[in-house]
Design a protein around this ligand. Structure first.
Ligand code: G3P
Ligand code: CA
Length: 228
C-alpha cells in the first residue's frame, strides 16, 4: 500500500449515506486502503455503526441512540433509504478487503469492540493489522489497551498535540488521528519522529489533500476517497 493510505470517512460519506453498509461497499468499490466508522452501544447491548449521539439528523426517529434497542433502530430509516448497521454487519461487509478504523464514539463501547475484534481474528481470518481503534475518549481507548495490548490504537485530537503524544505513549498507540487543520509540516515530522503514524481527517478539498500529501502523512481520511 503506497503512502498516504486512502481511508473512506464513515464509508464513502460524500457519495452514499454515512456509516451504512452501502456507503462501505461504495468505499471498497472506490479502492480504499481503509474505512473509518463510528460505533455506539444501543439499549439492547449491541454495537451499532452511527455517528451522532441522537438519531434525529439522518433518520426518521428522534432521541438518543443509546435509548433504542437494536430492533427499534432497525425500524428507523437512514435518509429515507438505508438501515443503521451493526458492527458485525460492517465487519462482514468489509470481509478483510481493507483496514477498518473503528472510532469508539459512544460510552462503554471498548469491551464489546475488543470481543468482536478477537472473534474476527480467531474465527474469520482477520489480523490485528486489519484494525485501528481510535477515539477522542481517552477512557475508551485506555480500556481497549487494558483488555488487549495487541490492538492497534489511534488517539483522536482536535487540539493539543503535545498532550496527545503523552497519552499515546502511555497506551502504546500506533497513531495520532488529528483534525487536518491543526497540522504543520513540523508537528507531523515531530510526531512521526516519536514513532507515531499521522492519520488525518476529514480532508476533502484538492488543496488540503495536496498539502497533507506534502506533509507526508501516513493516511488521509476523506468523504471522497477517490480524490486522494
Ligand atoms: O475519525 C476521524 C473523524 O471521523 C473524527 O470526527 O466527528 O467525523 O467522528 P467525526
Ligand atoms: Ca468518526
Amino acid at each position: 500500500m503506497s503512502r498516504p493510505l486512502k481511508f473512506g470517512h464513515r464509508g464513502a460519506k460524500g457519495y452514499v449515506a454515512e456509516n451504512t453498509v452501502e456507503s462501505i461497499l461504495k468505499a471498497i468499490e472506490l479502492g480504499v486502503d481503509g474505512i473509518e466508522i463510528d460505533v455506539h452501544k444501543c439499549k439492547s447491548g449491541e454495537l451499532v455503526v452511527f455517528h451522532d449521539f441522537t438519531v434525529d439528523r439522518i433518520t426518521n426517529g428522534t432521541g438518543e441512540i443509546s435509548s433504542f434497542t437494536l430492533k427499534e433502530l432497525k425500524g428507523l430509516m437512514v435518509l429515507d433509504h438505508y438501515q443503521i448497521p451493526t458492527l458485525i454487519e460492517v465487519l462482514d461487509a468489509i470481509d478483510r478487503k481493507c483496514i477498518l478504523n473503528i472510532e469508539l464514539k459512544g460510552k462503554g463501547t471498548a469491551s464489546k469492540t475488543v470481543g468482536l475484534i478477537e472473534n474476527y481474528i480467531e474465527k474469520h481470518n482477520w489480523n490485528y493489522n486489519d484494525f485501528i481503534v481510535s477515539s477522542f475518549k481517552n477512557e475508551e481507548i485506555g480500556a481497549v489497551f487494558s483488555i488487549n495490548k495487541k490492538i492497534p490504537l489511534g488517539v483522536l485530537i482536535e487540539s493539543n498535540f503535545d498532550k496527545a503524544i503523552v497519552f499515546a505513549k502511555s497506551i502504546n498507540a500506533v497513531a495520532i488521528h488529528p483534525d487536518y487543520t491543526m497540522l504543520t509540516k513540523e508537528n507531523v515530522e515531530e510526531a512521526q519522529a516519536e514513532g507515531f503514524n499521522i492519520n488525518t481527517w476529514t480532508v476533502n478539498t484538492p488543496q488540503a489533500i495536496k498539502r497533507m500529501k506534502s506533509y507526508n502523512v501516513n493516511a488521509i481520511i476523506s468523504d471522497f476517497p477517490d480524490r486522494l
